[in-house]
Ligand binder design. Sequence first.
Ligand code: ARG
Length: 468
Amino acid sequence: MSQAASDNAPEKLWGGRFSEATDAFVEAFTASVGFDARMYRQDIQGSIAHARMLAKVGVLTEAECEKIMRGLNDILLDIERGDFAWLVSFEDVHMNIEARLIDRIGDTGKKLHTGRSRNDQVATDMRLYLRDAIDHLRGEIRRLQGALLDLAEREADTILPGFTHLQVAQPISFGHHLLAWFEMLDRDHDRLGDCRKRVNVMPLGSAALAGTSYPLDRAYTAELLGFERPSRNSLDAVSDRDFIIEFLAAASLIMTHLSRFSEELILWTSAQFGFVDLPDRFCTGSSIMPQKKNPDVPELVRGKSGRVFGDLMALLTLMKGQPLAYNKDNQEDKEPLFDAIDTVAGSLRAFADMMPALQPNRERMRAAALQGFATATDLADYLVRKGVPFRDAHEVVGRAVRFGVESGRDLSAMTLDELRQFSAQIDGDVFAVLSLEGSVAARDIEGGTAPAQVRRQIGEARARLATA
Ligand code: ARG
């Protein structure tokens, strides 16, 4: 469908003022149909709304409008059946469809473009297309968030080491860790919703750049297309691509999040960590090393983040030198946008499909939390509760840890006498504090890692998802 067929030059819709045919290479070089044909549905949707509005204000008769709508709907079916020859000589999706309409219904088809330009048409199509894409992506984000909540609920009591500087820091609930990813995605969902507001504005009626002399009912067209309102300035409306840049920025952040997420999965599936196992269907093997099972999906997602950042840079650079209003440069907005949409959609889908199948290795997580003196802070806090100033407590525990490093034992594996060498304030009740469960349960503060908090956060998150 997106592959434009070559053809023997039917007449251009703008051929009137030209005295020679377009150079064949220039024709191919300037055409966008190879990549903008994917907006055919939005282009037809926009044209139908425009025609209905033209009939409402009396520029078209009802009969003409009917004929145009039927023609456009037939074209839609043709395209979806694969029975539509996209021609490079018609340059883009807009002129391909319009030419086909004229071909099908005759002279009435020539009236569709009244009071419209491809400049406001393409801006409208892009907004409709992106709005649909945003709605799809927000659904995928929610699907992934739902999977994370299910997993978090199951793993609220599972303990693994939390890291800072990739060094063991403190024990945490695995459910809590999963909720951190949930939160990142929640902001992404929000950001896309915010971006959607500025996408959902209608350029039609701006025409080429200055508006039009026909008495168009712009509010009516906007309503038909589900736009919040018509744009307020015609020059801005035909040349504004901020909404794409905003989307690409939001898309870049989604990819940043998925890339961090990927990095952890890649680390965690390694033999050295062994915290989780990905099901075979999300991994691949090596052609030379028979033992290998590689976490390809997260690696690829981590890698693909670069494409989306590139797409954002491409659009910023595309726009920065453009005088008002429309310039052909803008045709270059499409491939980066489509690439970003496809990349983010694919990455979210892969993660949403993969998450329910993630297998945590609870024993490995626990064993790792027992190394690296993850409960050292708990011992310091214990001493503080016994009246030792925090800085002194920090020093005492530091010495205990050094002893542990030298004797190869965790704090919880030391005897009471051994621990008391470092502080006479330490009593038998210290072992409850040094246990992983005790440490995690103690952080029973809003946003903290105590399983009770994690469960509360899951409940709140579920309520939020049900209403948003
Ligand atoms: N294919 C063009 C684009 O994507 C459509 C608008 C063309 N407008 C024009 N005045 N040449 O930007």
